[in-house]
Design a protein around this ligand. Structure first.
Ligand code: GLA
Length: 329
């Protein structure tokens, strides 16, 4: 009998930077997906507490997008990438809200890969499950979600360099509370708009070279197209904010961390244009509450969740999350 556990993640700061090998500062959370079962047979069969229909995936699956029901595509993506030689029969339970912006799909992929016998370190696990996510969703996503789930460290956020894939744990002070609050708006546009933004930053890199190597926005002067220039400015300034945020957290300066989160939201709203009225409204409302250091949209945007950093006990909405250990068997 195998039991594999993988956490969801919340990103504290550094969004839309991973696709250009930039910096991100997520943490694994104490909400997890668990796969329990046994190897055997010629297909992967998984039932789930939260889904009416089970997943039944042949070992030789080649097109995960064609697999039904919808959630089984993520299982199929992992099977297609991992290519296990023996099947598996098991059951999934989860404490993660599905589709709420806490990376339930990454947690599912990472837990399934471990249950199916993946061997290797956290980076290899994240690379494999990132490819699985790309194959099953068709979205050219970065590596942040899967690597945060695979490499989580209790009590710490993770400063990840998405180019070298180095992971540096940064302690999260005990006097800060992290809450994730849903905007009430689902992320329906996220698929096409995410790909559009990824295309934009890659187009910019054809002009100015790798954005991760630029720390001065003056170096973006050669970009004629005003929209592309704003997209690039977001990435360059966001990488700088992540660096400062990691230092602020390590120094226990929650006030500065909060201000950087607010600046990040403004940049995602004005320069990268991935916010929505619902997200902006929620951030503004939360920032009016005394004891809230900062709040920003988290993840891809276009709806979904806001993350807030607060003094303990000042908000009682959403999910209270604590930085947790990464995936394990
Ligand atoms: C999604 C992707 C990540 C990352 C974020 C935005 O969560 O899966 O790779 O790009 O959006 O930061």
């Amino acid at each position: 009998m195998v039991t594999a556990v993988a956490p969801g993640r919340v990103n504290l700061i550094g969004d839309h930077t991973d696709t250009t090998g930039g910096l991100v500062l997520p943490m694994a959370v104490d909400l997890v997906t668990t796969v329990t079962g046994e190897a055997g047979g010629h297909e992967v069969v998984l039932t789930s507490d939260t889904e009416a229909q089970s997943a039944r995936v042949p070992l030789l699956v080649t097109d995960p997008t064609a697999v039904t029901p919808g959630w089984a595509r993520y299982v199929a993506g992992v099977v297609a990438e991992l290519k296990p030689t023996t099947g598996f029969r098991g059951h999934i339970t989860t404490t993660l809200p599905v589709g709420a912006g806490l990376s339930s799909s990454a947690a599912l992929e990472v837990a399934v890969a471990l249950a199916l016998g993946f061997e290797g370190d956290a980076v290899a696990l994240a690379r494999l499950t990132q490819r699985a996510e790309q194959r099953s969703s068709g979205v050219p996503c970065g590596i942040m979600d899967q690597l945060a789930s695979a490499a989580g460290v209790a009590g710490h956020a993770l400063l990840i360099d998405c180019h070298s894939l180095s992971v540096t744990p940064v302690p999260v002070p005990d006097d800060g509370e992290i809450r994730v609050i849903h905007s009430g708006q689902s992320r329906e546009l996220a698929t096409s708009a995410y790909a559009d933004r990824a295309d934009a930053v890659h187009a910019v890199e054809q002009i100015v070279g790798p954005l991760r190597l630029i720390d001065d926005v003056d170096a973006l002067g050669g970009i004629r197209d005003a929209t592309l220039a704003r997209r690039a400015r977001h990435v360059v300034t966001e990488n700088a904010r992540v660096r400062r945020a990691a230092d602020a957290l390590a120094a226990g300066d929650l006030g500065l961390m909060g201000r950087l989160m607010v600046e990040s939201h403004r940049s995602l709203r004005e320069d990268f244009e991935v916010s929505t009225h619902a997200l902006d409204h929620l951030v503004t409302r939360l920032l009016q509450t005394p004891g809230v250091y900062g709040a920003r949209l988290t993840g891809a945007g276009f709806g979904g969740c806001v993350v807030a950093l607060t003094r303990p006990g000042v908000l009682n909405e959403g999910w209270r999350v604590t930085p947790s250990t990464g995936a394990h068997c």
